[in-house]
Every structure is written in C-alpha cells, then in structure tokens.
Design a binder for this molecule. Structure first.
Ligand SMILES: [Zn+2]
Length: 214
C-alpha cells in the first residue's frame, strides 16, 4: 500500500502514522529522515544536500526527488510506503508523481487529516511541555497530576512560544495555501480520503483504515 499522509500540525499526523505503520508493516518515509540518512552515510546526494544546508539554503527539489526515488526502491518498500511531509507543493507533487509512476510505485491513497480550527485551538493552546524531559501534557485532555508540574521529572511545565491562536492562524493559512494544490492534484486522480481528525484517536484510525481498505 503506497500511502501519503497530510495534515496540519495538531491534527495527530504522528499518532496516525504510527498506527498505520504498525498495521501495514511499511516504512515511514520523511524527507527530514532521508536527508539526515544521506548526509550521515555521505552519499553523493547527501554531499550535495549538505552543501546547500551549510550555505543556509533549501535543498532543491531535484535533489529531494532523487533521494525519494532511491529510497522507494529499497527492499523494505516492497509492500509499500507511508510518505509524510512530502510532496509539499504542487511542483513537487507533479515531479514526484512522474518518478513514482516510472518506478511502479504511485501513491494509491492520500489520507488528508482535517480538523476544525476550534479543535486545533484547544489542542494547541492547552499543550504544556516539559523543558527538561520533553514530556507533553494537555491542561484538559492529559493533565499532569499536579498543575504545572511534570509527572515524569518534576520540572515546571512550559507553553511553547508559538502555541498561540495567532501563530496557529498563520500556520494554518500557510498549510492550506501550500497543500491545497497538492490535495487537488491527487483529488483529480481520485485517491484522496478526507478524514475528520477531530474525533477520538481510535475513531480516527478506524476511519483511516476504512479509507485505506476501500
Ligand atoms: Zn519532565
């Protein structure tokens, strides 16, 4: 099963990805991991990418595409893959689509996680993070035993500076502006499932599974 998962921050993309990977036994492919791996293994693509990163520039699409092409042909992708965070733009989607067709691994299912602004606001502004051990809490859905104190290590919890309604609006606008054309692109291929990600985790996953297996 060749899957692409999309969703704004706070939509639970990480959680759904984990559940999908477990259920279908396919590898998780993110461009961030791929970049790091290529740089670490000092591959030709990794060296090229590194030269851009060191110059503080974005790694160009053709380098990323070549990495994805290489990655999808690894033996662990035989049963499929879960692509996360790529393609991000229409240009990337078009180029990637050509590559994926060429190597016989086109995207078969796009899971578009959708959450209302109210739900996202609640999830994000209620989030509290432990600066010491990284544990994540939520003032209502996953409250620490003692208000403001980490259950794990006793440190004082903090709110991330950009976990505000204003920043959320900016992030949502950016997300919609860049991903709408990507979703439309796959919509035209008839492979997109819009999933209401505002529900309980197990309910959302049941919907994801139903979409993948239809
Ligand atoms: Zn802690």
């Amino acid at each position: 099963m060749n899957i692409l998962i999309m969703g704004p921050a706070g939509a639970g993309k990480g959680t759904m990805s984990e559940l999908i990977l477990k259920e279908y036994d396919i590898p998780h492919i993110s461009t961030g991991d791929m970049l790091r791996e290529n740089v670490r293994n000092n591959t030709e693509l990794g060296r090229t990418a590194k030269s851009y990163m060191e110059a503080g520039k974005l790694v160009p699409d053709d380098v990323i595409n070549a990495m994805v092409e290489d990655r999808l042909q690894q033996p662990d992708c035989q049963k499929g893959y879960l692509l996360d965070g790529f393609p991000r733009t229409l240009v990337q989607a078009e180029a990637f689509s050509e590559i994926a067709e060429k190597i016989g691994k086109p995207v078969e299912s796009v899971i578009a996680l959708e959450v209302g602004f109210d739900v996202l606001t609640d999830r994000i502004t209620g989030r509290r993070i432990c600066p010491k051990c990284g544990a994540i809490f939520h003032i209502r859905n996953h409250a620490p035993k003692v208000e403001g104190i980490c259950d794990e290590c006793g440190a004082e919890l903090q709110q991330r500076k950009d976990d505000t309604v204003e920043q959320l609006k900016v992030r949502m606008d950016e997300y919609e502006k860049s991903t709408k054309p990507v979703i439309d692109f796959y919509e035209a291929k008839g492979v997109v499932s819009h999933i209401d990600a505002g529900k309980d985790k197990s309910e959302v996953f049941a919907d994801v599974k139903a979409a993948l297996e239809k």
